[in-house]
Write a protein that binds this ligand. Sequence first.
Ligand SMILES: NC(=O)CC[C@H](N)C(=O)O
Length: 375
Amino acid sequence: MTQPAILALEDGTVFEGVSVGAPGLSVGEVVFNTAITGYQEILTDPSYARQLVTLTYPHVGNTGITAQDDEAHQVWASGLIVRDVPRRPSNWRSQIALPQWLSDRGVVAISDIDTRKLTRLLRDTGAQNGALMAGEIDVEKALEAARKFPGLKGMDLAKEVCTRERYEWTEGQLDLDRNAFVSAESRFHVVAYDFGVKLNILRMLAERGCRVTVVPAQTSAADVFALKPDGVFLSNGPGDPEPCDYAIAAIKEFIASKIPTFGICLGHQLLGLASGAKTLKMKFGHHGANHPVQDLDSGRVMITSQNHGFAVDEATLPANVRVTHRSLFDGSNQGIALTDAPAFSFQGHPEASPGPHDVSPLFDRFVSMLEQAKA
Ligand SMILES: NC(=O)CC[C@H](N)C(=O)O
């Protein structure tokens, strides 16, 4: 039996649809993602914590859900908003249908709303806070919950979503012919900060010969140095980078020690902050899998996967930080490199999960840095 669901926005707009997940109330910042595939990777990406994600692609759930495609061991998005979910999925890898998977995990989701109208509204007004309600509906209560959500600015979520315990990672990428993840021989030891890390990042490091020790967000630089790594990786993650003072302090020490350091997304923003730059909240951010980004060194344009609502403010970069990449959508910063330390970072997602692989050579650049430092 279909259950009703609503999406209430802080500006008072209410969308009525049907529930395709668990009953209940869930609040967060509403963001739109324009990728046409990868709904499972998006929902399990820890960077979406406290966000309600709407997908502009209208048919979501067609290929079902496969455990191997999880980017983390749980759904991190606070809710899902879509136009249409198929009656049944169809794919040889599918293990479970999207609505069942969502409701098993207590995730509130709505379908049958006009997602184009919602996206236009968010594009015009900027990302808004909202509330999803499914099952028993109380419009006033949902509107109040949407207005009460404090917003992501100033919210430190990295320390909330990260691993509690340190762990080792050696598994490479999925070999579909063998239906197994392949392990590679390791030549380097990398300490990866988990601010909300996506598993495909760890796999891409492992595939390139890195044995990875994943550590909690609040691990001190001294504890990292004690592990004697060849390099440090700074992961993606949810929330505002600015309040993550523990991470900024640790990264300052990595820069000073000249250990090879590579950051992705939140990790990029944190490297920027540790270098002395500032970050800003964008109007509606970048969330999609077809964003053009220019590599300023080569002039090449790459199509990239993106998921961020904050950005490094280029106007605040100190003299020892070079801009390496820029978004061709809005000219915002997409990459930096220090001129006096082997440290660089990228705002988008070179792990492309989901998305195109144009930026994956950045992992090779990090590995060359590890090689050079070791030589
Ligand atoms: N994917 C990420 O790491 C996102 C970084 C940060 N939370 C932002 O929204 O900008």
